[in-house]
Write a protein that binds this ligand. Structure first.
Ligand code: HEM
Length: 449
């Protein structure tokens, strides 16, 4: 009997050498699966009304998070919430407290051992925890981070810029002027995914799989809802199978200046097993995909909502580097990261117990008026925009930050070169989850100026 997997199967662009290539599902997307579940179970299932419950996905899908966090920053920037769909945890809402927690990685762990990096706890008996350095503490974290660092040096990034610019130009030149289209699908997803495929040396014809898998991996509601949890695990197992084949193929011919080649040839790689390779590859595609995609949509939304700022940028392109920082501050692509206390301690005068879960709400820190006056406003000449916490802080600060900034900068430069203005004219749908603060759809129309 034909299985579901075979029906929707997809053959990868890699060769395992024996003509027995596995197949991979390419649908439903994580967003569609969550939508279908919510349609049959109701929006509030599993999410009781609790004061201070920052985990509720509708705060983010309906962009209603601002007043709640403002209140918390004013009244109690460190507060505890209990009984949410994601369990009990501390909300950390101010810029300074997040810096403090991230500055003490021994006391506030990122490791799977204590629960990992999001407020979704691993399920009891959950074995699908890929080893990846974002969810490791020292010394393992630094040893593995070194493996990918060479791909993000300024020299390497400058080389990549040429390729990214060429692909950005092709995508922009293919867009219709004067009719509606979805910016997320046509531009943000395409550019984020192709940027990752380029840096990694991932099979180009399969790059859409990166989008599909990273959406499943990063969707907190898919991880929380028990029926979808199992589907998610299957999708991620298929991803791991693909990466394993890729690992074997690239080990057989490890040449190439791409990141996969670098990782395979590196000294630390010789000590890394296939699971660690797979985990770190998954980290790069999940870490770099939804996030960069979100910032490329946020840029369009921000410039549309603040036309005076757009006019300033068009009149003075030297604002561009700071504009990139400010866009990434104004719209925080990752709403939170999690840490877990490894010992009893005190933070801002409160007792934190060993094992307590802490949610670092970057989305709130980036609107902290103590650091960013008039924080809800997009101000492209904001003097301290680069103090945003969208990339985190400390030893885990985003390794791909320069690359993400570069892609965003190239996109804005190429739009201005073509004298194109992107107007948000229709449907704007956001991701229904508390981790990736992203967009599902943004209907736009291009006009020339
Ligand atoms: C606007 C785009 C991006 C945003 C907002 C973002 C955000 C983040 C955040 C919040 C962290 C965690 C920091 C922490 O725990 O303290 C992180 C880590 C990481 N990001 Fe990004 N990221 C972006 C783009 C990228 C790209 C393009 C890549 C790779 C191609 C990437 C790869 C990683 C990796 C590997 C880590 C783990 C670093 C570590 O644990 O040492 N990110 N990123």
């Amino acid at each position: 009997m034909e299985t579901e997997r075979q029906k929707v199967g997809h053959r990868p662009g890699i060769n395992d050498g024996d003509n027995m290539l596995p197949t991979y599902r390419t649908e439903p997307s994580a967003d569609d699966a969550v939508d279908a579940w919510l349609a049959s179970h109701g929006q509030d299932e599993g999410a009781p009304a609790i004061a201070g419950d920052t985990s509720r996905p509708e705060f983010y899908s309906q962009a209603r998070w601002e007043p709640l966090f403002r209140q918390m920053r004013e009244a109690a920037p460190l507060n505890r919430v209990e009984g949410t769909a994601y369990g009990d945890y501390w909300n950390i809402c101010s810029h300074s407290l997040i810096m403090e927690v991230e500055g003490k990685p021994d006391l506030f762990s990122s490791s799977w051992k204590y629960g990992g990096i999001t407020i979704a706890d691993p399920a009891p008996g959950e074995e699908f925890q890929l080893p990846m350095f974002i969810a490791m503490d020292e010394p393992e974290h630094s040893a593995q981070r070194k493996t990918v660092a060479p791909a993000f040096t300024p020299a390497h990034i400058a080389e990549l810029a040429v390729k990214l610019r060429a692909h950005t130009a092709t995508v922009l030149d293919s867009l219709p002027v004067g009719s509606r289209f979805d910016w997320v699908e046509k531009v943000s997803i395409e550019l984020a995914t192709s940027m990752l495929a380029t840096i990694l040396g991932f099979p180009w014809e399969d790059r859409h799989l990166l989008t599909f898998w990273s959406d499943w991996a990063g969707h907190m509601e898919a991880a929380r809802i028990p029926e979808l949890f199992q589907v998610r695990r299957e999708m991620l197992t298929e991803m791991a199978t693909y990466f394993h084949l890729l690992w074997e193929q690239r080990r057989a011919s490890p040449e190439g200046t791409d990141l996969l080649g670098m990782m395979i040839r590196s000294d630390s790689m010789s000590e890394m097993g296939p699971m660690e390779f797979i985990g770190n590859l998954a980290l790069l595609i999940v870490g770099g995909n939804d996030t960069s995609r979100t910032s490329m949509s946020a840029a369009i939304l921000g410039l549309d909502r603040f036309p005076d700022e757009r006019a300033k940028l068009v009149a003075d392109e030297s604002l561009l580097p700071n504009a990139v920082q400010e866009i990434i501050r104004w719209h925080t692509p990752i709403a939170h990261m999690r840490r877990t206390a490894t010992a009893d301690c005190e933070l801002a005068g409160q007792r934190i117990a060993a094992g307590d879960k802490l949610a670092l709400w970057y989305i709130s820190a980036n609107r902290d008026e103590a650091v960013f006056p008039d924080a809800d406003r997009l101000d492209l000449s904001r003097a301290n925009a680069r103090r945003h916490l969208s990339f985190g802080h400390g030893i885990h600060r985003c390794v791909g930050a320069r690359l993400a900034e570069l892609q965003l900068r190239i996109l804005l430069e190429e739009l201005m070169k073509r004298r194109l203005q992107v107007n948000v004219v229709g449907e704007l749908r956001r991701v229904h989850a508390n981790f990736v603060n992203g967009f599902r759809q943004m209907e736009v129309e291009l006009t020339s100026y």
